[in-house]
Design a protein around this ligand. Structure first.
Ligand SMILES: [Cu+2]
Length: 186
């Protein structure tokens, strides 16, 4: 019983941490493109990015790419020396540090046409206890985190806990009833 409670609590904590890490598809349904005239500055301004969140660039790799660049390169659309380049057309980039992250498409003319993105990742909130890694047992949590998106067993556990308790109460009641009726019978 105690083990089940601990397991359920661990699951809830893991689920809580998973729900905190968001995945944002850049440009939403339009994706990463020049033809839809997406205002990526506006898009980013409607989101709140945190460390651990992921941004997903979806695009046709025949026509676009993603370059992570410095602020200076971002401002001048200078694609000569990017920090990193992504070319799969389905690039997930996890935000691992706070501050501004600058991206643009390195295809000539696309950055100046507005295919550029400036994300500001906020500092971790000190008030949230879930954002602090637990000091006692960090390994089970970190190993289960990659299973994001897979429905965890936590609802089943939390739902089964009251059922188990009710079941035990019923057994005790049944025993008492048989004892009482047994005494009446004799
Ligand atoms: Cu492009």
């Amino acid at each position: 019983m105690a083990a089940r409670v601990v397991l359920a609590l661990v699951c809830l904590v893991v689920m809580g941490r998973l729900s905190e890490a968001a995945v944002y598809k850049v440009g939403d349904s339009a994706g990463w493109t020049t033809i839809a005239n997406v205002d990526y500055k506006l898009w980013a301004s409607t989101k709140t990015f945190h460390i651990g969140d992921t941004v997903l660039f979806e695009y046709n790799p025949q026509f676009h790419n993603v370059m992570r660049v410095t602020h200076q390169m971002y401002r001048s659309c200078n694609s000569s020396n990017p920090i990193s380049t992504f070319t799969t057309g389905n690039d997930s980039i996890t935000l691992t540090n706070h501050g501004h992250h600058f991206f643009f498409c390195g295809v000539p003319g696309h950055c100046t046409a507005g295919q550029k993105l400036d994300l500001n990742v906020l500092l971790p909130a000190s008030s949230s206890p879930l954002s602090e890694p637990p000091t006692s047992s960090p390994s089970p949590l970190t190993t289960t985190i990659p299973a994001a998106g897979v429905p965890g067993p936590s609802p089943n556990f939390s739902a089964s806990l009251p059922t188990v308790a009710v079941g035990r109460v019923l057994v005790v009641v049944a025993l008492l009833v048989t004892l009482v009726f047994g005494n009446f019978g004799s």
